[in-house]
Design a protein around this ligand. Structure first.
Ligand SMILES: [Zn+2]
Length: 168
């Protein structure tokens, strides 16, 4: 394995880790199915692309060796990374929706702002999770002292704040 191929292990395992964490949230219906479908398709598409003569000449022009095993490995890494990226976009979409935030605006921001800064901004600025009112059960923002629907006092906000800190 060349040094270039070995370096690909970092995005490969990084992407796998992110994908595994995000797929773990799928059971709570946060991830849209479309994001999972795109993520699943990304891996075979990139593997086939980089194994093709066009993909291999692109790799060669970027200073990568164009042998078939290297091309397959590069395609697999790129595919895993792309899959993790789309799962992360899907997570932002689902998470923003349950927090009553403009989901598409955040997805577009995360997609367009380079170096994952859009993702970071989302996790810094996202609103607290909505929880049920103690009295009427309608969704209200965590940490609010009174329900905006029925006006019922929510008592201590400490427990709610703790609940909000369960991030993923
Ligand atoms: Zn209420």
């Amino acid at each position: 394995m060349t040094q270039q191929s070995a370096l690909l292990l970092i995005p490969f395992f990084g992407g796998l880790l992110v994908a595994a964490v995000l797929l773990g949230t799928a059971t709570r219906n946060i991830l849209p199915r479309s994001a999972m479908a795109i993520a699943a398709l990304a891996i075979p598409i990139w593997v086939v692309y980089f194994a093709s003569s066009q993909g291999r000449s692109l790799l060669a022009s970027q200073g990568f060796l164009g042998t078939m095993p290297e091309a397959l490995w590069f395609g697999l890494t790129f595919g895993v990374f792309t899959a993790a990226f789309f799962l992360a976009l899907g997570y932002i979409y689902g998470d923003a929706k349950r927090r009553r935030l403009p989901a598409w605006a955040w997805v577009i921001a995360a997609f367009l702002i380079p170096n994952f800064i859009g993702f970071i901004l989302y996790f810094v600025f996202r609103a607290p999770l909505l929880g049920p009112c103690r009295s009427c059960g309608k969704p209200i923002r965590g940490g609010e002292a009174f329900c905006s629907h029925c006006g019922c006092s929510q008592g201590s906000s400490v427990g709610r704040m703790a609940a909000d800190n369960r991030t993923i």
